[in-house]
Write a protein that binds this ligand. Structure first.
Ligand SMILES: NC(=O)c1ccc[n+]([C@@H]2O[C@H](COP(=O)([O-])OP(=O)(O)OC[C@H]3O[C@@H](n4cnc5c(N)ncnc54)[C@H](OP(=O)(O)O)[C@@H]3O)[C@@H](O)[C@H]2O)c1
Length: 231
């Protein structure tokens, strides 16, 4: 039985990937499709580029029976999330939502003394408000997976990422809270990967030159390898 085949429900299940158009989110979409996940709904604020739409179509052709749809949604807005889940229920009528993968992130790095409240809110919102919205929107679903993408920064810290560390710590603790309530919940503390946020904006040429190549190779891994994952 495939990892994404639902044991209790014989119908195709639906998996929601927030932030699923790019980086680790899109790797997750591919992973779910490859592993028989069937129906996948991608949520993000920007609509997919033509190139990304082609990639989504190609996935559906490669994995027969799979269906990958996009639903525009700002996960920080409760009304957006509720509407998005209603659309998903309509699109995949009769199929249960069995998994949520929360991959949304916004960065705003800076030393603690220069970060203001707005810089914290910008980074905390997608992970804190977004995750709470997903929790509430799925309260009537029996989820097999509620997976949040956190970072090693949550417990190792980083001199310019206090806001990001706090946002990820919330994910770790919130998943524990869900599990204590008998709900699915898994926070994954990813290490640095060579996809998604670390690649944008690219480091200025001067900084790239200063960064020792062996360190880059040691720290930044090919997707989807895991440097550290504390489950
Ligand atoms: N890449 C790494 O090395 C790494 C390491 C550790 C942890 N992680 C974690 O892995 C996850 C994915 O990171 P990534 O590197 O793949 O980043 P990414 O490529 O920048 O993907 C983040 C996605 O989040 C979406 N997003 C942001 N705000 C949103 C909102 N309000 N509502 C809906 N979608 C929103 C973005 O799409 P829109 O802008 O269109 O909304 C984007 O597609 C994050 O949780 C990150 O903390 C990544």
């Amino acid at each position: 039985m495939s990892y994404f085949t639902c044991k209790s429900v014989p119908l195709n299940a639906v998996y929601v990937v927030v932030g699923g158009l790019t980086g680790l989110g899109f790797e997750t979409v591919k992973f779910i499709a490859e592993n028989g996940g069937g129906y996948i709904a991608i949520l993000s604020r920007k609509i997919p580029s033509n190139e990304k739409q082609e990639e989504m179509k190609a996935l559906q052709q490669q994995y027969k029976g799979s269906k990958v749809v996009f639903v525009q949604c700002d996960v920080t807005l409760t009304s957006d999330v509720e509407k998005a889940f209603q659309s998903i229920v309509n699109i995949f009528a009769g199929s249960p939502i069995k998994g949520v993968f929360q991959s949304a992130v916004v960065l705003h790095d800076g030393h603690l003394e220069v970060l203001n409240l707005a810089d914290f809110q910008k980074v905390l919102n997608p992970k804190v408000a977004g995750t709470l919205n997903l929790h509430w929107a799925t309260r009537r679903q029996e989820l097999d997976y509620f997976v949040c993408y956190s970072s090693v920064t949550s417990f190792l810290g980083n001199s310019t990422q206090a806001n990001y560390a706090a946002a990820n710590s919330f994910l770790d603790v919130f998943c524990l809270y869900r599990r204590n309530r008998g709900l699915s919940g898994q926070s994954i503390n990813w290490g640095a990967l060579n996809l998604g946020v670390p690649l944008k904006p690219p480091l200025p040429q001067a900084e790239q030159a200063q960064f020792p190549q062996p360190l880059l190779i040691a720290l930044v891994l090919q997707p989807p390898s895991i440097l550290m994952a504390f489950c």
